[in-house]
Design a protein around this ligand. Structure first.
Ligand SMILES: Cc1ncc(COP(=O)(O)O)c(C=O)c1O
Length: 419
């Protein structure tokens, strides 16, 4: 699929029309534009009734690391309900957060998310604001403040480092393993992890979004509560919640849009929070008030609910979702591995992420040419993070296999034309 430009909109015979210019777009994405299309008027423009098709045909494959691609079904349902929620008559953007309509949305979202992830009686689930970055502070404020031991951080990339930096403001941080000297290209084995005596908790980042390394098992941390920043692989695979003291994840990768962050906390750990915490930074406030101590991000909660339903009903749940994600990632890793060094992956093969595929070509100028050519084909946001360079293809839950195949085909073609 190629880039598509919405060139202009005009009025013709009293009706608003869109003129859409498509460049290099295969006909299956371009059906509304063919000269024989009966929907075209004499002006050659598309009438307003086909605006949906026109905007659909503008969609490119979005490899952004987040905010990221959303399921089309979710976007369409949100669009359908945008003017008036069925039976309510008010847009979700306008309803009161204390209305019965939002009561239902919040209750259903919490219920669906709990059921999907498998949150049992030992844990609480709350929805917060402030993104995963606020959790970098809230976790140590609630679990480390006043605690005799250190907080242990297993550092496998940039996000873990940022979390540890915030925890240092609150208390002692012990680096139980730090992959900085290997440029964060791998995870530690259990014997490499050096925990402090009786840590307040041990923190991992399940998927380092920038480096593209992912834990597919939990490290062995003894009795320390395991705390996990799950932001970029939440809802992409099943997790055994009983192994975790606390999990946090912003929504804007696999679970929806920016504005809402899920926190799952073991109930006994709530006893660690001290009364000198600011009210809104105390997990107990959010638990006590059912994720609604003040005005929650209503729209983000609504979208999270729709995404949970999509994962469960359309994709078949988290185990099926994971199979789908593994198969997509394999398409790209196979192309990297078969390229005889034309493409080289950043992460060691056994630590590779199924979410963020990081690789580079043989020079920075080829990286740049690759990204530019990809954009020209409607494969967008592939440039790697500035700290790692190269290419990063983020292929979260909602990236269709067709998008990954299009990227794989482009990689093969690019290699052929540059070898
Ligand atoms: C693993 C991880 N942790 C934390 C963050 C920060 O999230 P937020 O922007 O919601 O604070 C990100 C964002 O990309 C991330 O990928």
């Amino acid at each position: 699929m190629g880039p598509i430009l919405l060139a202009s909109s005009k009025r013709a015979k009293g009706c608003r029309v869109w003129r859409v210019a498509l460049i290099g777009c295969p006909s299956k994405y371009n059906s509304a534009q063919t000269p024989t299309d009966p929907r075209r008027g004499r002006t050659g423009a598309i009438p307003v009734t086909d605006r949906r098709l026109a905007s659909l045909s503008q969609r490119v494959f979005n490899f952004s690391p987040g905010p990221a691609v959303l399921p089309l079904e979710v976007l369409e349902q949100a669009q359908e309900e945008m003017l008036a929620l069925p039976g309510v008559g008010i847009s979700v953007l306008e309803i009161s957060h204390r209305s019965p309509a939002f009561d239902r949305i919040l209750e259903e979202t919490l219920h669906s998310l709990k059921a999907l992830v498998g949150v049992g009686d030992d844990h609480e689930l709350v929805l917060l604001q402030g993104g995963a970055s606020l959790q970098f502070s809230m976790v140590p404020m609630n679990l480390l403040r006043g605690f005799a031991g250190a907080a242990d951080y297993i550092l496998t990339g940039t996000w873990g480092e940022l979390g540890a930096k915030e925890a240092r403001r609150e208390g002692t941080v012990h680096s139980a393993w730090d992959g900085a000297n290997v440029n964060y290209d791998r995870l530690p084995s259990d014997d490499e992890i050096r925990l402090s005596p009786k840590p307040a908790y041990a923190h991992i980042t399940s998927n380092e979004t920038i480096q593209g390394v992912q834990w597919k098992r939990e490290p062995s941390v003894g009795d320390a509560p395991l705390v996990c920043d799950c932001s970029s692989d939440f809802l992409s695979r099943p997790i055994d919640i009983s192994k975790y003291g606390l999990i946090y994840a912003c929504a804007q990768k696999n679970a929806g849009i920016a504005g809402v962050t899920a926190v799952i906390i073991r109930k006994d750990l709530l006893g660690r929070s001290r009364d000198d915490l600011p009210t809104m930074l105390d997990y107990r406030t959010h638990v006590k008030n059912g994720s609604r101590p003040n005005t929650p991000p209503v729209f983000a909660v609504y979208i999270l609910g729709l995404v949970c339903r999509w994962v469960r009903e359309t994709m078949g749940g988290l185990a099926a979702m994971q199979r789908h994600n593994v198969a997509k990632a394999r398409l790209l890793y196979d192309a990297i591995d078969a390229s005889n060094g034309f493409f080289s992956g950043h992460a060691q093969p056994e630590c590779r992420s199924d979410m963020n595929i990081t690789f580079r070509l043989t020079s920075e100028s080829l990286d740049a040419e690759f990204v530019k050519g990809a954009t020209g084909r409607g494969l967008v946001d592939l440039k790697g993070h500035r700290s790692v360079g190269g290419i990063r293809a983020s292929i979260y839950n909602a990236m269709p296999v067709e998008g990954v195949e299009a990227l794989r085909n482009y990689m093969l073609e690019f290699q052929r034309s540059h070898s």
